[in-house]
Write a protein that binds this ligand. Structure first.
Ligand SMILES: *Cc1c(COP(=O)(O)O)cnc(C)c1O
Length: 457
């Protein structure tokens, strides 16, 4: 098919949507390291995980071998309300950049939660309901996950308790109200409602919180309340599994027009959208069927891949969660409060960490002022107001397209546009006022938190 026949938006039909998730681990020779019990340092068993997580999700978490896992019909029906999501050819951005590169983005912001997080929230709520639970607890940073989970819980009639990182709770009151509208209860973290919250507040009075603190609080509440389980919006294997719907749709859309990407780019917080977007492409790469450049983009103020250490670490500040082997800045690392761009988690998915360690993907860090510059440039030509997180990927896609302009190469670039930025206008305001700065941790700061990694080997 000739180039000019490719539409601005490539849509799939409902019946072309994936019927199974793709479990990338099945094709990995070096499997991601298992989660460890923080007490015994032995791999966690199913029996140890089911008091914390829903049983079927534990099975998915531990399943390193089954390549395709069927998406239950109830979940597929919910997906149909906002999926398939469009794969957009960024013709206007290409023209603006005067680049011979062909740029595509997979847009996941077309739902009320404003991000890809709903893809996993609906799956996790479904399995909780199926198990007959009363409700779930979770943490949220910027608020997209909490919103997605609130929507999913109200759909299935589950109670939803959200611990929201205090700085976001204060900066994003509207996000909070969306969650409450869907029936969730929202508590700023750290809080006095949990033992771990009280302890953190005593040690760090006035702290603006972190995802790690909020996770500790949500886990404590789930474990102490019968009929509740904890759910997590990123990092875990099960979340990457659910997010594979992004990559499977992307691949199906590209295949319709015989397009083969050269470069695939995604922002990386805990790694779920990136892991989902790249899944089928990485699968081909692992099986030796195709090759792609795959690039994770992270904030310079929270650079887990590019400046972290590959080691076992706690996923939470309170150090009550399992240990995961990942690229980490240390669970006590808290990004500077001036960092407005999301992607604040200190660690990274164990799947992506292993793939990065084994050389299957690259990582780059970008500074937030340059991220907002890219966001603005994108918004002005492509129309969509992007989330700051997504804009990390936009920055890198623009940079790669500019390189193509210089070399004359007609590369095909695909990036994940994970969500919209309507609730990030305080950050945009700072940027527009010229008040945004870049605060990058020093080597000493990173070394200090890495020095506190648990001793495992
Ligand atoms: C949560 C979020 C991210 C980062 O999370 P990952 O698990 O790394 O995907 C990126 N973009 C948006 C819009 C988000 O809400």
């Amino acid at each position: 098919m000739s180039e000019n026949k490719i539409p601005y938006k490539i849509y799939l039909n409902e019946d072309e949507m994936p019927k199974s998730w793709y479990n990338l681990r099945a094709d990995m020779k070096n499997k991601p390291a298992p989660l460890l019990n923080p007490g015994t340092l032995q791999p966690l068993t199913k029996e140890e995980l089911i008091p914390i997580f829903c049983e079927e999700l534990v099975d998915q978490e531990l399943n390193n071998d089954t390549a395709f896992i069927e998406i239950p019909e109830e979940i597929r029906n919910f997906y149909k309300m906002y999926r398939p999501s469009p794969l957009v050819r960024a013709y206007c951005l290409e023209e603006k950049l005067k680049t011979p590169a062909k740029i595509y983005y997979k847009f996941e912001g077309n739902n009320t939660s404003g991000s890809h997080k709903l893809n996993s929230a609906i799956a996790q709520a479904y399995y909780a309901k199926k198990q007959g639970l009363k409700g779930v607890t979770t943490e949220t940073g910027a608020g997209q996950w909490g919103t997605a989970l609130s929507m999913a819980c109200s759909y299935f009639g589950l109670d939803c308790k959200v611990y929201m990182v205090k700085v976001s709770y204060e900066q994003k009151p509207f996000r909070r109200e969306v969650m409450r509208t869907y029936g969730a209860s929202v508590v700023p973290s750290p809080s006095e409602t949990t033992d771990v919250g009280k302890k953190i507040l005593a040690e760090h009075p006035g702290t603006t919180g972190s995802l790690g603190c909020a996770i500790s609080e949500a886990v404590e509440v789930a474990v102490k309340n019968p009929g509740y389980r904890y759910v997590l919006g990123s990092v875990l294997n099960q979340v990457l599994l659910h997010q594979s719907v992004i990559g499977l749709e992307t691949k199906a859309a590209l295949d319709k027009y015989g397009i083969k990407p050269d470069i695939i780019i995604g922002c990386a917080g805990g790694g779920s959208n990136l892991g989902g977007l790249i899944a089928p492409f990485m699968g081909e790469k692992l099986r030796g069927e195709a090759d792609y450049r795959i690039i994770a983009i992270e904030p310079a103020s929270c650079p887990s891949f590019t400046r972290g250490t590959f080691a076992y670490d706690f996923c939470d500040t309170g150090m009550i969660c399992p240990l995961a082997k990942m690229y980490t800045l240390g669970s006590s690392f808290i990004p500077s409060a001036n960092h407005a761009g999301g992607l604040r988690f200190h660690g990274m998915s164990t799947i992506l960490s292993q793939l990065y360690h084994d050389g299957y993907m690259e990582a780059t860090s970008v500074e937030q002022t340059s991220v907002f510059e890219a966001a603005e440039q994108f918004a002005r030509v492509e129309g969509i107001l992007p989330a700051p997180e997504s804009s990390h990927a936009i920055r890198a896609a623009i940079d790669e397209a500019i390189k193509c302009r210089e070399t004359g190469e007609e590369k095909t670039i695909v990036f994940g546009l994970t969500g919209t930025g309507y609730f990030d206008l305080v950050a945009y305001e700072k940027f527009n006022n010229g008040e945004m700065s870049d605060e990058i941790p020093t080597d000493e700061q990173i070394a200090a938190s890495v020095a506190k990694l648990p001793k495992v080997e």
